[in-house]
Design a protein around this ligand. Sequence first.
Ligand code: MLT
Length: 432
Amino acid sequence: MSENKEFAELHAEGKVYKLPIIRGSEDEKAIDIGKLRDESGFITLDSGYKNTGATKSAITFLDGEEGILRYRGYPIEQLAEHSTFLEVAFLLIYGYLPKKEELSKFTDEIRTHTMVNEDMRKIFDGFPVNAHPMGVLSALVTSLSAFYPKAVGMDIKDREYLDLTIIRIIAKLPTIATWSYKNSQGHPLNYPKNSLDYCSNFLHMMFSLPVENYEVNPVVAKALDKLLILHADHEQNCSASTVRLVGSSHAGLYSSIAAGIDALWGPLHGGANQEVIEMLQEIHAEGGNVKSFVEKAKDKNSGFRLMGFGHRVYKNFDPRAKIIKKAADDVLKSLNVKDPLLDIAMELEHAALNDQYFVDRKLYPNVDFYSGIIYKALGIPINMFTVMFALGRLPGWIAQWLEMRQNGEPIGRPRQVYVGEKVRDYVPVEKR
Ligand code: MLT
């Protein structure tokens, strides 16, 4: 990023304000308004921050027009093809691809920290069986601050403890996630096995039952690893921005991550993959007539909305969706999965990619459309889909939090334009 001497001029109220222009390493351009209010009394207003940069970041670059996504400069296509989720986690958090011995150390430390404190079972037991796994996940992640109180106000320069704090949550999130699912099913909780890799361990803890031997399918484990890579970071999305904002008050890593989990839970963000399957279920329940639902989607008064299509940032296609689509095809073929919902999904995909109405509006299948399909084919329960998104996004959240803290960024405190009542005097209740 070059701090050059380019300026934008703001002409307002008969005055001219010179605002520095900065350009990123990929030629993104921004107008630095850091001194605008002090110099002019003006603030800017940008609901949803769609035109506002919150930070300078070196973690992820995406180009919505060109459909580019890179983690620390490495194209997502190459990472999805050649890397592993834990290697990508290391890359995002520490900024470089680890040497073999570094990756082995990182992987082994995660493998040996997968257990959670037995007292956590008492917290699980307190949840009703129908509690949504995302709510359980958020609560249990926050509770990590109680089991590791030193992490709350930790000195991020204490590298050894910082690394341990990071290892602990990457290692324990799958255990907490699967326990929230098992708890909701009334099943006995499974303990992690140090002999298994990250995704195989997750599948074991999810699906093993005392009454039968569960063998992890390597095709499923590999597909899962790829899905986690594809979800690992996405620059300043809603949940990452939440993690940075909460962390900017110097709240601990675990409570900042829990806030990110809560933001991701929303149906407009990470909950979209669960909404996709619920949409497919609705179409199936009403006879599976995709054409009639496609027409409904074009009718704003129908109340029906296509979930999993289009993207607020990618204007032409979501690069992750192209990769997941191939993985979904491979997994469905390999597992010989027969599911009417998946047939409906493929018919809907075909309609969206060939109907001018959707093409004109860039309503192409996005990452949530295909991830919902593949999770279902992998046997992941629908109410766990957003939990899968959280598992994938965890390293990105950690990287964003760490970058914000290491750059010494100030506490986030946006301004507002007040549009409420002007000053007025209090009226006692008997006189109202
Ligand atoms: C994400 O991956 O976080 C979603 O695509 C949403 C976004 O980037 O805004």
